[in-house]
Design a protein around this ligand. Structure first.
Ligand code: SF4
Length: 506
């Protein structure tokens, strides 16, 4: 019998969550660096360079890889010979660890969890509760896998109940393009096959905790149906040409993980969950000898990549730019933005829309004429920071507000992550506006371009409040131009053809 103390679990959970907020797993760094080196699409290579530079900065600065510091997901296996020296339940111990990690004074993480999800959606303030999957197993130790899963990638999770004769590869290849780029590729796909609906989803999520090893699998060859599926889906999805951030390129997925379980003769449940550029998970084992703390990696393991677009990019002064100027901006062009911009995401847009619909004046200082809005929910600053990590959030969630914002406020542009949907593109074209894309998963790097920040409206919305940012050389790409051309449509199409030609030539 092993005795595990309450504080050993709490300390280990808190330590692992702090650790994964700023250290990417080594296998992920190696895989993305290999993809970066192989990439031939300039836009995708650029995006991966930003992700790698951001990763190193976070490892050095101990600040979050992404402004979305995730929803905590824990897989815990408790040995039957374990005795607890604890007053709290297992669930309470884990949540104390989460609370402590997310409120760490040196590296405060963003509170993103909302209670009453179908109603008031009130922030719990400390990122609790975690989503916990418990299992009782044989043995005398406690094995824990902790992940901080990004909301953007979680939003693209898929489930289907296929007919037994249906082809899983075809379903995956047809489904990945429908996920757009809001899951911040390149990343991983976790696939769960079999069991029941909920079993397939849990397997898909737990598959994402496994190390990236597709190249080793390729070298040794598949030895099971699950491994055959991994190789086939990996190949076919990368042939889609979606690329990093959906800009078109050679690598969309770094690995595909498959878990399976026996199922009913009438069913073929399949779940697919992507993991993003902010892949964050840690594992530890408690054996009664104290907390299991993570070992810091060697920073030399990060590739020595520098990213400097200074010479080739167009510099834009946001304080003087006009609706006429933006007509000249070319699709795919890199811009370096300087000057003032406003921020806003889901909750702020909902309020702005209500005010505009009711012909109410907008809050003082919220003036959009000839200005840009940045879709972001930043991490709070610590120490002397102006703002914490502040990368873009998924722009499609703001699509339904775009027509009103462009028609009624004089806004001329938006900055966000990934593609825009049809209604937003139509509004952009109609109002001759633009949509600019920043790299998702490069949040700390982006925050270094912010030279001043203040909340100017809706402070009660926390990270969703409207801020005014002053930026200096913030890098963005023209993703939808004034004509309504969209790089997330043209890029993948072009790269799918290039990849096809390459494979025909082999
Ligand atoms: S990398 Fe993208 S999907 Fe992942 S947490 Fe950050 S913004 Fe969300």
């Amino acid at each position: 019998m092993t005795t595990i103390k309450q504080n050993d679990l709490i300390d280990s959970i808190a330590d692992s969550l702090q650790f994964i907020s700023y250290y990417h797993p080594q296998d992920f760094i190696q895989a993305i660096n290999t993809a970066y080196e192989m990439e031939e699409s300039k836009a995708a290579k650029d995006a991966m360079a930003q992700i790698l530079v951001n990763s190193r900065m976070c490892a050095e600065g101990h600040r979050p890889i992404c402004q979305d510091t995730g929803i905590v997901t824990v897989f815990i296996k408790v040995g039957m010979e374990v005795k607890w020296d604890a007053e709290c339940s297992l669930e309470e111990m884990i949540n104390i660890g989460v609370r402590r990690a997310y409120n760490h004074p040196d590296n405060k993480l963003r509170a993103s969890i909302l209670a009453d999800p179908a109603g008031t959606r009130k922030n719990t303030g400390d990122n609790t509760p975690a989503v916990i999957h418990m299992e009782i197993v044989t043995g005398n130790q406690v094995e824990v896998q902790v992940a901080a899963k990004g909301g953007g990638s979680e939003a693209k999770s898929k489930f289907v109940m296929l007919n037994p004769s249906d082809d899983i590869v075809e379903w995956a290849v047809k489904t990945v393009p429908t996920m757009g780029a809001g899951w911040c590729p390149p990343g991983m796909l976790g696939i769960g096959i079999g069991g029941t609906a909920e079993k397939a989803m849990i397997m898909a999520k737990s598959a994402l905790m496994e190390p990236i090893d597709i190249q080793q699998l390729k070298a040794r060859g598949a030895q099971s149906t699950a491994e055959e599926l991994r190789l086939e889906i990996y190949k076919r999805v990368n042939e889609l040409g979606i690329g990093a951030q959906g800009l078109g390129g050679l690598t969309t997925v770094l690995d595909v993980k498959v878990k399976d379980y026996p199922t009913h003769a009438a069913n073929k449940p399949v779940a697919m969950i992507p993991n993003c550029a902010a892949t964050r998970h840690a594992h530890f084992v408690l054996d009664g000898k104290g907390p299991a703390l993570q070992k810091p990696p060697n920073l030399d393991d990060w590739p020595a990549i520098t990213w400097d677009v200074g010479a080739s990019a167009k510099r834009i002064n946001l304080d003087t730019v006009t609706a006429k100027d933006i007509q000249q901006w070319q699709l795919g062009e890199t811009l370096l933005l300087s000057g003032k911009m406003l921020t806003g995401r889901d909750a702020a847009h909902k309020r702005l829309q209500q005010m505009l619909d009711n012909n109410e004046p907008l809050p003082e200082g919220v003036q959009f004429k000839n200005r840009f809005i940045y879709y972001v929910g930043p991490v709070d600053p610590v120490r002397s920071e102006i703002i914490g990590p502040a990368g873009p959030t998924t722009a499609t969630r703001m699509d339904k507000f775009t027509e009103t914002m462009l028609a009624k406020t004089g806004l001329i542009g938006m900055i966000g992550k990934a593609e825009r949907g049809a209604i937003a593109i139509e509004a952009i074209k109609k109002h001759q506006a633009v949509y600019l894309m920043a790299v998702g998963g490069a949040a700390y790097l982006v925050s270094k371009a912010i030279t001043a920040a203040k909340i100017i409206a809706f402070p009660e919305l926390g990270m969703e409040a409207i801020h005014e940012f002053e930026v200096k050389d913030m890098p963005v790409t023209v993703a939808v131009d004034v004509m309504g051309n969209a790089i997330h449509q043209t890029g993948p199409k072009e790269w799918q053809q290039i990849i096809l030609k390459k494979s025909n030539a082999q």
